[in-house]
Design a protein. Structure first.
Lengths: 185, 157
């Protein structure tokens, strides 16, 4: 058991024995990450907060089946991604991805934009990705997980995750370039 | 393979997820690919610097819901236990063998009927006139229990 896993799973054995204070500590260790991931996946803070609550209630109900020797964070990531996908499935698609991905890459004038505008474009582009690609790129590029950790969280192979990440990044760049081109025209 | 066909490799190369000496040499020579990698790194930088809104209150809400569920079950269990005890006591009392009860029944005396005696000419026997009904006397049932202090009277018309 490495130090990181031990730290992220701190309080799990006690929580399994019914210690609510230990479970609270476990929530506080992970709540920001779970909320941020859900927020990036579903795109609004209200849904993200609700998803985060449901994820921790699910953890409480299923603590017995969570392996203490493994990172509880991976379990939380997986459940958060699934819960977020459930929310997304119930929604209507909000933007047409094809409109942007088929535009040929324009010379990028990103440097002429202010940092907050560039970030806003990147986040809007992120919201247009298909759920699986969005989950992979959020875990890898926003949360900073390794490819192996992303694969564990998504229940996929590393090869699949690398493919999803590379595809998602190319799409993101095309969408951002197309948005910038529209702004300038 | 053209530069545009290597976009996916460049997307991984930009973050260090893919390292191929051949690709690295190409990027060093090709202005288009070099710019692509540079822009991709900038884009990934924007994503990594993504500032989420302040985390809302999650722990206390979750713990509140757990406690309500826990105590809800505890209250239900306590009520069920109390009800079980009450039912058990009642069944026990009802199934106890009834102790000796003596009953004294006092009924009203039967009305006296006088028949007329025939003298001389026989007269047709006539049904005696029905006497007026005596005032109804209630039936009293006295239940005596083993407890001398407890006597049950059942009075009925």
């Amino acid at each position: 058991v490495n130090v990181r896993v031990a730290t992220l799973s701190l309080g799990l054995p006690e929580a399994k024995r019914g210690d609510l204070a230990a479970f609270e500590q476990l929530i506080r260790t992970h709540e920001r990450t779970v909320f941020r991931l859900a927020w990036r996946l579903v795109g609004n803070p209200d849904d993200a907060a609700e998803i985060a609550q449901e994820v921790f209630l699910k953890l409480y109900r299923n603590m017995g089946s969570v392996d203490e020797g493994r990172n509880v964070g991976a379990w939380l990531y997986r459940v958060t991604v699934n819960a977020s996908n459930d929310v997304l499935r119930k929604r209507r698609p909000t933007a047409a991805l094809d409109e942007f991905t088929h535009v040929s890459a324009a010379p990028s004038p990103e440097q002429s934009l202010a940092a907050d505008q560039r970030r806003e474009l990147a986040l809007r582009a992120l919201d247009m990705l298909p759920p699986k690609e969005r989950a992979a790129v959020v875990l890898r590029d926003v949360e900073g997980l390794s490819t192996a950790e992303v694969a564990e969280a998504l229940g996929s192979s590393e090869v699949t995750v690398r493919s999803q990440i590379s595809t998602a990044r190319v799409k993101l760049k095309r969408i951002v370039d197309a948005m910038l081109a529209r702004r300038q025209s | 393979m053209t530069c545009s066909e290597r976009e996916r490799d460049l997307a991984l190369y930009a973050s260090g997820d893919l390292f191929e000496p051949e690709l690295e040499q190409h990027v060093a020579r090709c202005a288009t690919c070099s710019k692509y990698v540079e822009d991709m790194r900038a884009l990934l930088g924007e994503l990594a610097g993504d500032a989420a809104p302040a985390t809302p209150v999650i722990a206390s809400v979750v713990l509140g819901r757990i406690r309500r569920r826990r105590y809800g079950w505890a209250a239900f269990a306590a009520t069920a236990a109390a009800a079980s005890v009450l039912i058990a006591v009642m069944v026990s009392m009802l199934s106890r063998p009834v102790e000796t009860i003596s009953v004294t029944l006092r009924a009203p005396a039967a009305p006296v009927v006088t028949l007329p005696v025939a003298r001389g000419k026989a007269q047709p026997l006539r049904r005696p006139r029905k006497p007026a009904a005596p005032p109804a006397e209630p039936i009293v049932v006295k239940l005596v229990t083993d407890d001398p202090d407890v006597v049950i009277y059942w009075i009925t018309d």
